[in-house]
Design a protein around this ligand. Sequence first.
Ligand SMILES: CC(C)(COP(=O)(O)OP(=O)(O)OC[C@H]1O[C@@H](n2cnc3c(N)ncnc32)[C@H](O)[C@@H]1OP(=O)(O)O)[C@@H](O)C(=O)NCCC(=O)NCCS
Ligand SMILES: [Zn+2]
Length: 262
Amino acid sequence: MKVKKPRKKKSNESNNSGIVISTLPTSLVQSDLLSSSLSSRVTKSQSYLSIGLNDKRTCKECHMSYLKNSTADSRVHNIYHQRIVNGREWSLSWGEIISTLSPNELIVKINSKKPAETKATLEILETVNQDLNAPDDNKFWLSDQDKGSVYVYIKNKTAIGIVSVEKIQNGRWFSIDDGKIVNDKSFNVMGGINRIFVVKSQRRNGIALSLLQHVQRFLIYGITIPKHQLAWSQPSFSGGKLASSFNGTKHKSGKILVPVYK
Ligand SMILES: CC(C)(COP(=O)(O)OP(=O)(O)OC[C@H]1O[C@@H](n2cnc3c(N)ncnc32)[C@H](O)[C@@H]1OP(=O)(O)O)[C@@H](O)C(=O)NCCC(=O)NCCS
Ligand SMILES: [Zn+2]
């Protein structure tokens, strides 16, 4: 299979405005909204309670709430903001190159036996979990490489996209429109997209699609996984859009179905 280089940016990603979100099932929108729940990290702290609400600032881009007069809080925000919006610095000695898309763009596979690349990858996944308000359940690739892999998209020595994918066997059809599994009948799949993330400044450039095409080619040696045999773990709003575009199928009812697992 020919893996295409992502196309140039056509337009800015539409922000998930309240109007769009309000028309969608809750299960699909929670993940994109949840970044606002990051504020709980700050609001729960004892010191915060004694400080006026006016001292709190919520970043419009990364949605993190922090105390504007606290140097420690600002530092935490700056690191988080950088990782969500622009990406994390990446050493070119980290990861095995599986694809060179341009002189400045690579996709690498992480070797969990190598501490430095593993540490950087775990930091990125932690940021992704915070953004999605998702549980810390993406360590399957650490103990046993046979359980799955993590691929990182590098541009200009910065990690701007990541996908963690599990080797799984059973998928079910999920209606993006209803936010529900359509029936309990399972079918065979080969991979489960545990997390997929692209930094905000690089979205809608085809980077997630490129990562998925590499998963198809590289997850299982010698096989190109058919698209419908890659299932999704609880698609978010933008994840649901990506899933519909990548491997959505139109049901006779007219609804778009995507494969999911767990
Ligand atoms: C979902 C996500 C990974 C998509 O990354 P991306 O690099 O912007 O996706 P792509 O550019 O490859 O999108 C491919 C196609 O998917 C669809 N798509 C992706 N994101 C979309 C969005 N927010 N709104 C509408 N369509 C979208 C479009 O059809 C797009 O093609 P187009 O740009 O030609 O219209 C990114 O928005 C993200 O990191 N979101 C936060 C994390 C998250 O929700 N992950 C998914 C968990 S299941
Ligand atoms: Zn921010």
